[in-house]
Design a protein around this ligand. Sequence first.
Ligand code: ADP
Ligand code: MG
Length: 206
Amino acid sequence: MHQSYHGSIEVVCGPMFSGKTEELIRRVKRAQIAKQRVQIFKPAIDVRYHEEDVVSHSSQAIKSEPVEKAVDILIRLKDSTRVVAIDEIQFFDENIITVVTKLAARGYRVICAGLDLDYRAVPFGPMPRLLAIADEVMKIHAICTVCGAPATRSQRLSKSKEQFLLGETDAYEARCRGHFHYDDAEEQGLLPLNEEIKTVAGELRN
Ligand code: ADP
Ligand code: MG
């Protein structure tokens, strides 16, 4: 599947605490065992745990290159690199789509990890298009902090409306669909169910 002469785009997505970074590190380590040169990037905005390392919530860590913009990944690429891993990819601008497409076309294996949904459970930045162009997608779950069921959403515990609020354990919790709530009903456009069904049916007919 991962022969060096084929480029590919792999995406690992899910909510916070689902193990995206652990999975990225696992794939990177296996590529290194196969003696493939790996470069690991993360957006410079993500300095929660360490300026340069990619760090998981279980404290696994690996050296990375923080970059300001998607295009910086192309600029910093080394000749010997075969595998490009990008963590917290949801924070990049839309140019990330062009960048990973070019890398795959040039034969690189691209491993991406990122949040599929933001704190409102709305698709995060470039993720919808990234998931669409991916060769392989892994959607992983965390554990709901309320009931222990598989969690697909990141519950923000503060009232901030900043999409880029960087969080740790005290700012977010993993939640299942039933225990996730985002209260701004107006922004979310929530109607009573029977009205919502009529509205959706009407929209689909038009
Ligand atoms: P992500 O990159 O998706 O945020 P990490 O790879 O950094 O996730 O961390 C995953 C680890 O987080 C798990 O292996 C576990 O040790 C820890 N963890 C803490 N809270 C939870 C939770 N609610 N559900 C699952 N794992 C959790
Ligand atoms: Mg992570």
